[in-house]
Design a protein around this ligand. Structure first.
Ligand SMILES: [Zn+2]
Ligand SMILES: [Zn+2]
Length: 306
């Protein structure tokens, strides 16, 4: 089977539907050999996914990276900018405490979101939304609740009409600036990558300037391979990062049943292939960082059956 690389995936610790262990199991079955879990604002799934007793079949190997996806804001784009961060192991305590503060901002947003939906005449309760989430409540759970109640006929419609940026119940979140997030990731010994850059702007020239500006602020890489990044844009991004001396990352942004049509390792319509060189690069970068950080314990973990 093809050895796939996926550096962008979500578990039920944020808005995915698979548990960390089920995700690792699924990755092994699909032939993913390098996987990063990048839940929103939490790295907690990593420890959960790691246990040595991970039941992989003989011959299966899987290297697991610790990651997180941060929601930030940056000018000139009014939109929320997602930043992926990767670590050789769990990031330091200080960084994890910062993540807890971000989660608090998420909770406050959810309270406001529910109020807004109710004010629009959509009769949802906390219990209902909460029952659809494992841990972190996110907009996909609101979308499911709306679908169950028959207020919308698809998850897509829930986002288009009520939950998406600029739609009827949209609530701005208190987010750190991209510059702050870059500095925090750097300070914590992590590697940063601009997630799905296509969402920042569709204007390639603007995007190039945006990437260059943030490279100067410490951005390490750009997610050049993602289901929303077209092959044409991917080529342009590869050229841009090469000129700036940045790295590349890539992944499916897998959310399980919360994002139907996106397969782990291969994305939409089986079209995604993250080049092997991308995997080699990030593993090297992270193990390099590890040796620079005396107190960190182990490198990218490999789980394999004896
Ligand atoms: Zn994202
Ligand atoms: Zn994501």
């Amino acid at each position: 089977m093809h050895s796939l690389i996926d550096l962008h995936s979500h578990t039920d610790f944020s808005d995915g539907t698979l548990s960390p262990r089920a995700l690792v199991r699924h990755a092994a079955e699909r032939g993913v050999s390098l996987l990063a879990i990048t839940d929103h604002d939490t790295v907690d799934a990593f420890s959960e996914a790691l246990p040595a007793d991970q039941a992989l079949s003989p011959g299966e190997t899987l290297t697991l990276l610790c990651g997180v996806e941060l929601s930030t804001h940056a000018e000139p784009s009014e939109r929320s900018v997602h930043l992926l961060a990767y670590f050789p192991d769990l990031p330091p305590q200080g960084f994890r405490e910062w993540l807890l503060a971000l989660q608090e901002g998420r909770r406050a947003r959810n309270v406001e979101l529910l109020e807004k939906l109710r004010s629009l005449g959509l009769d949802l309760t906390w219990e209902e939304v909460q029952s659809l989430a494992q841990r972190q409540i996110g907009r996909p759970h609101f979308a499911q609740a709306l679908l169950r109640r028959g207020y919308v006929s698809s998850l897509r419609e829930a986002f288009d009409r009520y939950l998406g940026e600029g739609s009827a119940a949209w609530v701005e979140r208190d987010e750190p600036s991209l510059a702050e997030a870059l500095a925090r990731v750097k300070e914590a010994g992590g590697l940063s990558s601009l997630a799905h850059p296509v969402r920042i702007t569709r204007n390639t020239h603007e995007l190039e300037t945006f990437i260059a500006d943030h490279a100067a602020l410490g951005l390490d890489a750009v997610e050049c391979f993602h289901p929303e990044v077209s092959p044409e844009l991917s080529e342009q991004l590869i050229r841009i990062v090469a000129q700036l001396g940045l790295g590349m990352t890539g992944g499916s942004d897998f959310h399980g049943a919360n994002k139907p049509g996106i397969a782990l390792g291969t994305g939409k319509d089986d079209a995604l292939r993250v080049p092997e060189a991308v995997g080699t690069w990030i593993v090297q970068q992270l193990s390099g960082r590890r040796t620079n950080q005396e107190a960190r314990c182990s490198s990218a973990h490999s789980t394999k059956q004896e």
